[in-house]
Design a protein around this ligand. Sequence first.
Ligand code: NDP
Length: 243
Amino acid sequence: MTARRVAIVTGGSRGIGASIAEALAKDGFDIAISYARNAAAADETVARITALGRTARAYRAGEGDGAARDMIEQVVRDFGRLDTLVCNAGIYPYARVQDMTVEQVDATLGLNVRAVMLETMAAVKHMKRGGRIILIGSVFGERAPFPGISLYSATKAALGGFVRGAARDLGPEGITINVIQPGPIDTDMNPANGEGADMLRGFLCVPEYGKPADIASMAAFLARPESDNITGAALNVDGGLAA
Ligand code: NDP
């Protein structure tokens, strides 16, 4: 019998994270998701996963300094093990550098970078060979094609540096770490019919928004044993925005 496997998906209540959580559940993982405020959406994701015959549970993100790390420890206590961590939760501030606030800088670094590092640090302590860390960055980590995204781009670029360095640390333990860099994906954060959507389509080779499932397929692939040899990589699923 295949051993039970457990995955954590941060920001799994809606959008890309919810789609990743479901894809991993279809591949046989039991799932812990975190969310910020939207308990109803988190409950819906949990119900969809439970309907697939897997165990699922939602965790509201805490506020304190070590909250991201504490959430990982709580999940390991509840589920008994951890095989895959998907750091998906993120925010997308829009402000020119002339207008950015200290609060925006702290909040964006806090969730998009600091929490990712704390979660990874906690998760690898519990992972065995075959463990997987999958970060959700952005193609804006390597391209900034319009004004107002310097802060967001900086945080997503940081993930590329983090996975390259951490892959060196974790490789000998048989744990891989990669960042998926989506282009425009139709979610509440970036609706395909939103203001600016036509401009974004203009940057693409395939001139249509991607779907959350496009990112979920890549995440599911990275979580499988056949991706054992992929680590330290930034993988674009971006409609060709970076081309
Ligand atoms: P959404 O805004 O649609 O969803 C965000 C999710 O993150 C929600 O589940 C939300 O919970 C959760 N969340 C927010 N803050 C926290 C927190 N502090 N702790 C835990 N969970 C939190 O975003 P997307 O699905 O569009 O984006 C997901 C990731 O993909 C982000 O990292 C984003 O930067 C990245 N990305 C998205 C692109 C896009 O075009 N959509 C393009 C490139 C990258 P709640 O429901 O409670 O609010």
